[in-house]
Design a binder for this molecule. Structure first.
Ligand code: ADP
Ligand code: ZN
Ligand code: ZN
Length: 876
């Protein structure tokens, strides 16, 4: 039996920790509770061995083993190791992200009496409590009661102390602050299946007839039940048909029974409680009835909501017969999976380049069906379920209860429930966002990554992994097929296909031979010359919108900034009004037309920071020079909507941005109204460019998208090209062909030219040429080292120190740029500097970063101040 276990703990340190096993039995991949820095933490066993740690390390024992068998498979542990290594991330934080089971470990506080507390207790007993007279007498007495209760020195939980003394958590915390008490966290495991408790009228205490009647007409019968005596109260033969006679009940008890009978004999316990509360009946009455077996409590699993989106007559992906191109794509994938043979097909990465509207979803569904019918499970990653609920709906339509959904809007309990369904093999089709790449699927046979270019696959906090790349690695470890799909593949994936590392599958036609929309550029410089006015919408866009609406078709217009105006500038001194916390211009929001938000979220006119949420009122004079000439620049979606309202008073207008869509429900409702034609003119940010498949849209307008070309980021052109292509792809997906009008100040920019001809391949070739020359990804590995602190001096000191160390220690093959202020030099009150590392040799880059982290630990540079972002997507 091994003596020691290496445990990965969720702390920002780049290693695991050795504990003695004692008499515990633990498997690699199981969770354990261990003492760490005065706390108890949950960690994962990553190794078992007999090598004692160096003598200077204080060896502590494991406190508790939480899982009898490994929770993480060897494959997922291996994947975690790879992520920790590749992304320079602490192994414990990687594993924490893999196990969405936080719901199962709840934090409790325990309290002990402190030295100071004892003194108060004894002195107070002698001298009285004059020094503490600011508290009410009651609270003073409670404090004494708490000290008395804890006097023995035994620690106690909040709930126990409250039960004994009536002291609430606030009082205990105040006592902790005064150092009368010591407080420690206690990690406790609980069962996280999402169960609901239901109160049920016990058999024999009510007649079946009554309950059935009642359940069919709940409202009416509840009243009747209260008036007429329900069966169980009368001495009718039915009621006494049971073996024992009903005991005598008091009025309140009878009222509870009647209430429950009125609900059809079954009701959620919390519902019943709140109803009784309204009638002034205490919970103890109910408890008595439970004790006397007249009411039974049952646990049932809560139902799980997938989506309420309906497709308005459009067919689901699995209902189509695949066309020739789709069939061929499927054949390639199925051949790679090599399902017929005993041996799995081996690691076969594919890039599925299929233009917008080419029917990629139907190919995914068919490939997943093949996996299922060969007893394999399949994983589909999607960028953001909230933005494209239709994909989830398609999968549920095709696979029903086989589907598990994993996304960021699940509660911890829901997430744990899905996780268990997947792990047990009940749900063999998993659809999910980024972290679903870790879904614990037995017999995984196929991984699909939809819209693989989407930047939401990159996690922007530790561990900063890219789910697409992790998916490829997972497929490699398992020796299975992985398919990355997109109409605008990332240049990284395109390059891999060019070099033959990925097999390329192409679908270059839309389904039913529908044409791609004609794209026209509108030169806004000429528009200004001819009209002499700065307008959001050009004359041509206005006119074509009108004719499209007149034809009963739908129009969407992209205005990729939310709010009303995104810059407020002083004409006198040139100052832009910035956020107090960030080096970012504030956006002006008008009150009023944030109408799609339900509830009290309406707010007045304000300036808002889109990075930290800071808000202030709109000043009437410049905060810097007091001039009155403040100037609102740059139209956002809110202003776009207002202007469209004026231009098209007859249109049925909608808006889609972060101010009108907060939740999946908001998005589903808005898409529903688009599908049904209730909305015929939609303005919005890039949300409107996601994979929506709405057949009535025939005109797409693009306003101000080329603004982003000027951003100081080498991926700017790629992002704009993707956005233009994706938003254009929303037009002409039904029977009628579509049109796209792009308003631009740079009609000859290569991004616009290639987007106009739907020439992804041409764009990629042109962009690759530039990337190669500049040694940017995909021709070099890149890491961003970000130094952050609320103290500017600390940022400068660390930046200088790391800059010097890197200059002295970098190998020839790694280039170091900086340190320099990050493009956003201050964010949420944190100062930001960065260093960019580039190398054609990824191993050299990784090795350098790891020795930099070791150097930091040696010299005491705090890890929290330094973020290492390998394959950084955003350099801002
Ligand atoms: P993509 O993701 O490639 O842009 P989708 O998967 O959204 O395309 O499919 C576009 C539309 O084509 C959807 O409405 C889908 O139902 C439909 N479709 C898919 N396959 C076929 C087919 N074989 N014949 C006709 N329509 C199809
Ligand atoms: Zn000014
Ligand atoms: Zn801010």
């Amino acid at each position: 039996m091994p003596l020691y276990a290496d445990i990965a703990l969720p702390v920002p340190l780049d290693r695991s920790f050795t504990y003695s096993l004692g008499s515990h039995l633990a498997e690699v991949g199981a969770r354990v509770l261990v003492p760490f820095g005065g706390q108890r933490l949950m960690g994962v066993v990553v190794a078992l061995h007999d090598t004692p740690p160096p003598p200077e390390v204080e060896l502590k024992p494991i406190e508790r083993v939480l899982d009898d068998t490994a929770l993480l498979s060897p494959e997922l542990l291996e994947l975690a190791r790879w992520i920790a290594q590749y992304y320079c991330a602490p192994p414990g934080e990687v594993l924490r992200g893999m196990l969405p089971l936080t719901a199962e470990v709840r934090r409790h506080w325990i309290y002990r009496i402190a030295e100071q507390g004892r003194r108060v207790l004894y002195e107070g007993a002698v001298k009285g409590s004059s020094r503490r007279s600011r508290l009410s007498v009651e609270d003073q007495n409670r404090e004494y009661a708490v000290l008395n209760y804890l006097e023995t020195g035994e620690p106690a939980k909040t709930s126990a102390i409250r039960g004994a003394t009536g002291a609430n958590k606030a009082l205990l915390d105040a006592m902790t602050k005064k150092r009368w008490l010591l407080r420690e966290p206690l990690a406790e495991v609980r069962d996280a299946r999402r169960l609901e408790t239901i109160a049920v009228l016990a058999e024999g205490s009510g007649s079946d007839q009554t309950t059935q009647n009642v359940s069919s007409r709940p409202e009416a019968s509840r009243r009747e039940a209260a008036v007429e005596r329900p069966a169980f109260l009368s001495e009718s033969p039915q009621a006494s048909a049971g073996t024992k006679r009903l005991p005598k009940l008091n009025d309140n008890q009878l009222a509870v029974m009647a209430e429950l009978a009125g609900c059809g004999g079954r009701e959620l316990l919390r519902e019943l409680r709140s109803r009784l509360e309204r009638r002034g009946i205490s919970a103890s009455t109910l408890n008595t009835l439970v004790k006397r077996n007249l009411i039974r409590l049952e646990e049932t699993a809560q139902p799980f909501h997938v989506t309420s989106l309906s497709m308005h007559g459009q067919r689901f992906a699995h209902e189509h017969t695949l066309n020739e191109a789709q069939t061929e794509a499927l054949a390639t994938i199925v051949a790679a999976m090599n399902l017929d043979s005993q041996n799995p097909g081996g690691f076969r990465p594919h890039l599925l380049y299929g233009i917008t509207g080419s029917g990629k979803t139907a190919v995914y569904v068919a490939a997943m069906q093949r996996a299922l019918s060969n007893n394999k499970s399949a994983l589909l990653l999607v960028p953001e379920i909230g933005l494209t609920p239709a994909t989830a709906a398609q999968m549920v339509a095709a696979f029903g209860s086989e589907v598990a959904l994993l996304h960021s809007q699940l509660t911890p309990d829901e997430r744990a429930e899905q996780w268990h369904r997947i792990r047990s093999g009940v749900a063999r089709i998993v659809v999910g966002t980024r972290s679903a790449v870790f879904a614990p699927m037995p017999a995984l046979g196929l991984i699909l990554v939809d819209e693989e270019h989407d930047s939401s696959y990159k996690q922007e906090e530790t561990p900063r992994y890219h789910a697409r790349d992790v998916a490829v690695m997972r497929a490699k470890l398992l020796g299975i097929t992985v398919v990355l799909g997109s109409a605008t593949p990332s240049l990284e994936s395109w390059n891999n296909a060019e070099r033959g590392r990925y097999a390329r599958i192409e679908i270059l036609e839309r389904v039913e031979a529908r044409p791609l929309p004609a794209v026209e550029m509108i030169d806004m410089r000429a528009e200004f010359r001819e009209t002499g006015q700065e307008q959001i919408f050009s004359r041509q866009l206005i006119q074509e919108t009108q004719t499209t609406l007149d034809r009963n078709e739908q129009v969407i217009i992209l205005l990729n900034r939310r709010g009303y105006s995104f810059v407020v500038m002083c004409r006198a001194c040139g100052e832009k009004i910035e956020c107090e916390n960030c080096a970012i211009s504030l956006t002006y929001h008008k009150p009023g037309n944030e109408h799609d938000l339900s509830g009290p979220a309406r707010v007045g006119a304000r300036l808002e920071c889109h990075y930290c949420g800071f808000r202030r009122t709109v000043p009437s004079i410049c905060p810097k020079c007091s001039s009155e000439h403040l100037f609102f620049l740059g139209a956002g979606s809110q202003q776009g909507e207002e202007r469209l309202q004026e231009l098209f008073p007859g249109a049925r207008l909608g808006r889609m941005d972060r101010d009108t869509v907060r939740t999946r429900g908001d998005m589903e409702r808005l898409l529903q109204r688009l599908h049904s034609g209730e909305i015929n003119l939609l303005v919005g940010t890039q949300m409107i460019a996601k994979g929506h498949d709405i057949h009535g849209i025939t005109l797409v307008g693009v306003v101000g998208a080329d603004f982003a070309l000027g951003l100081p980021d080498f991926r700017a052109a790629e992002r704009v090209f993707q956005l233009l292509t994706q938003v254009s792809g929303r037009a002409g997906r039904g029977d009628k062909p579509g049109r796209v009008l792009v308003q631009t100040y740079q009609p000859d920019h290569y991004v616009n030219r290639f987007a106009q001809t739907h020439d992804y391949t041409g764009f990629a070739a042109r962009e690759m040429y530039f990337r190669r020359a500049m040694r940017y990804p995909p021709f070099a590995a890149l890491a961003n080292v970000l130094i952050q602190s609320d103290q500017l001096e600390e940022v400068l000191a660390i930046s200088t120190q790391l800059g010097k160390w890197l200059a002295a220690n970098r190998p020839e093959s790694v280039r170091v740029l900086g340190p320099a202020p990050a493009p956003i030099s201050r964010l949420k009150r944190i100062y930001r500097y960065h260093l960019l590392l580039k190398s054609e040799r990824r191993d050299a880059l990784g090795a350098l970063l790891r020795s930099m982290l070791a150097f930091m630990e040696e010299t005491g540079i705090p890890r929290r101040a330094v973020t290492v972002d390998v394959d950084a997507l955003h350099l801002m």
